[in-house]
Design a protein. Structure first.
Length: 334
């Protein structure tokens, strides 16, 4: 499962990609990279067990070429977006007179609107073309009943988009999903908007709340990050980093929160195996049951699954060991 990192030129996506993956982006071609999921629970378990090896969860990013303000120039970019599971749009909100903006001035809301409109317009154009094709094929390649079902679905999707909503919030039945499985729709993909702000705006939670309200019909997820500040943080040692964050009045780097937000948007969660040899985060789909989680480690675990022993993460950290959890009655079987 992949996240596509996209945005206008000079939005800061290349800096973010490098911070996330440790790779230096190319200029005009998609570049894949793995990013560690920055999870404080994982760090706490590492501190508790002091393992020889630590293996965090990872997610796949691909940095895509710059968007353009001219829709016809984005066709190739949109083909790349069709292949990702989540779109991660970087919107510039910082002002720096030494860095140009393709539109001449910085206006994040305008850029987000342009991005949203292009995705929605692309889906509406596809729907219109598909409706015309059905009319040509009905009675020849398509039987009338099948054509009626597809036409009805496309019309409902069209109405939904024209209301300013994305297809993420559209109610697809199982039959609808069978019909639309091959459609190259972009607004069916979840969107994370990364607002690249200046240092002075890092703690402006009201701005994110306002954007979340304004764009609620589109079901976007939001996070504010200062790529410049995150780059400075990445170059500090642990003690300096803690002091720097304290001065800024924040608990952890925003890049940590970004990886978790993207991870959750993919519909993923982690479970952990721990010990002195290794602390490891395993990735599973949200809603998976214990046998399916075991299969991620080895398929024999799922086949031979009988029961699981469960303790709360908070109890383990508070009491300091699995033995103490058991002695305190905090270990249960399910």
């Amino acid at each position: 499962m992949k996240l596509g990192l996209v945005g206008l030129p000079q939005a800061g996506k290349k800096t973010l990609f490098e911070l996330l993956t440790g790779q230096t982006p190319g200029l005009d071609r998609p570049l894949p990279g793995l990013a560690d999921v920055r999870d404080q629970r994982f760090d706490q378990l590492v501190a508790l067990y002091s393992p020889e090896k630590r293996t965090p969860a990872q997610i796949d990013f691909v940095m895509l070429p710059d968007m353009d303000t001219q829709a016809e120039r984005n066709r190739e970019l949109f083909l790349h977006l069709e292949r990702v599971d989540v779109i991660c749009y970087v919107a510039r909100a910082f002002v720096d007179d030494t860095i140009f903006h393709i539109e001449g001035d910085v206006n994040a809301e305008r850029d987000i609107n342009t991005f949203a409109e292009e995705l929605e317009l692309g889906d509406l154009i596809f729907i219109e073309k598909r409706l015309k094709r059905i009319e040509k094929e009905v009675g020849r390649k398509l039987d009338p009943a099948t054509a009626d079902k597809e036409r009805g679905l496309l019309t409902r999707m069209q109405d939904h988009l024209e209301e300013g909503k994305t297809l993420v919030s559209f109610s697809f039945s199982d039959e609808d999903l069978q019909i639309s499985g091959g459609y190259p729709l972009l607004t069916t993909k979840p969107v994370v908007v990364v607002l690249n702000v200046g240092e002075d705006d890092m703690l402006d939670e009201a701005r994110i709340a306002k954007l979340d309200e304004t764009y609620s019909p589109k079901s976007y997820r939001w996070i504010a990050i200062s790529a410049q500040v995150e780059q400075e943080i990445s170059q500090l040692d642990d003690d300096e980093r803690e002091a720097f964050l304290a001065d800024l009045g924040i608990e952890s780097p925003a890049i940590d929160r970004m990886t978790l937000l993207c991870y959750e948007t993919l519909g993923l969660i982690s479970f952990f195996t721990v010990g002195e040899d290794e602390v490891r985060a395993w990735t599973i789909r949200s809603g998976s049951r214990a046998p399916q989680a075991g299969r991620v480690i080895h398929q024999d675990i799922e086949r031979g699954f009988i029961r699981s022993e469960v303790m709360k993460f908070e109890d383990l950290i508070e009491l300091g060991s699995e033995l103490k959890c058991k002695e305190s009655g905090k270990l249960t079987q399910k």
